[in-house]
Design a protein around this ligand. Sequence first.
Ligand code: ATP
Length: 435
Amino acid sequence: MDKNKVTMDEVVNVAKRRAFIYPGSEIYGGLANAWDYGPYGVLLKKNVKKIWWEDMVMKRPDIIGLDSAILMNPKVWEASGHLKEFTDPLVDCKKCKQRFKADDIKDKVCPECGGELTEARRFNLMFKTHAGPVDDESSLVYLRPETAQGIFVDFKNILDTTRVKLPFGVAQIGKSFRNEITPGNFIFRTREFEQFEIEYFVKSALEAKKAFDEWVKVRLEWYKSLGIHSENLRLREHTKDELAHYAIAATDIEYNFPFGFLELEGIANRGDYDLKQHEKFSGQDLKYFDEETKTQILPFVVEPSGGVDRTVLAILIDAYDKDRVEGEERTVLRFHPRIAPIKAAVFPLVKKEPLIMRAKEIYHQLKEKYFVEYDESGTIGRRYRRQDEIGTPYCITVDFDSLEDGAVTVRDRDTMKQDRVPLVAVQEWLEQRIK
Ligand code: ATP
């Protein structure tokens, strides 16, 4: 199906109907732009994070993991520049009192009521809270707006306690919070979201330049490996005037969302800005001793920084399809088997023994290793449709022939072709296909 024909309404509907994503706090009327991941959504999201962790950390000899705290000493945000620079220009409508991001205003008047707007002022996007029972300045802490700073702050500990040698990277997945002025487009922009970030440390500015080019390629290929169509992905280099305060160069990987090509992940060459700032503000030596040259180096860093929720959204949109089967329209989520929340469903052809018993045996056997489902209700066609809509790549049916030949029918979600697979080989058959 032509991806441009997929609307956000269709995606939001299937996400709700099929237990991927629910509106947050719905029984209380919701909370604007807060979303909960339902039973299939959580599996999809966990698969994205698991695959990222396997591909970026487990399979690479040069990357290690970290999980730093969300609440940090407020000095971190002074050093990083977030207290001063992490702002959006905001305007208020004098008439209807609504607030807008100044960058989104086209005609200098309120887009809602045409009223006069105030001058733009800087609005810091960091959420504030208080640690402990006293609500004063001394207890002020921030919810982290990015996971990256936790990595820089632990850099010294990592050097002192592990055997890393430059170049090396530190990877982290975790929640970040931004008090966005204009959140929206479902889970594209929310105030609470998850990021996966790598800080990749190298010896020199020249090496940083090379590592930057390399990371842009690695990350683009990674999105393709999730099954996202390459024609829906593109790279966009930042112009000098849009670079963040710390960046020497930045390239975004963009996805063709129904509301336009927009950022999925940003890759930035941050130079030695962060470690230099943290040296200055903490008074600690954050240099790396280079055995080869016997010199102290303050490493340069390249950062691939992506959003878990945006990746989930891109995967949902990219996988969404409609076709006709036996005269009926079917909605199908064509997830890559590696990403699919449910890997296989097991059915008895009819709700009768001993088919039920045989099917349940296979189900319990597979369930030890994978998320699989068992379903015996309704016609086989209806059961297929249900699995198609949650993107299950394979349906395994035990029929009367199975009792004779010890084989089952495996139906492929996309080709709808059916294969006979010996019962003893089902697990191996599945394993080969969902890697
Ligand atoms: P944008 O320009 O869309 O606000 P950004 O350039 O500020 O994004 P980064 O600071 O580079 O974003 O964050 C890295 C990644 O984190 C983004 O590519 C995106 O996938 C994700 N991300 C950032 N802000 C949000 C948000 N409010 N909601 C969901 N994901 C987000």
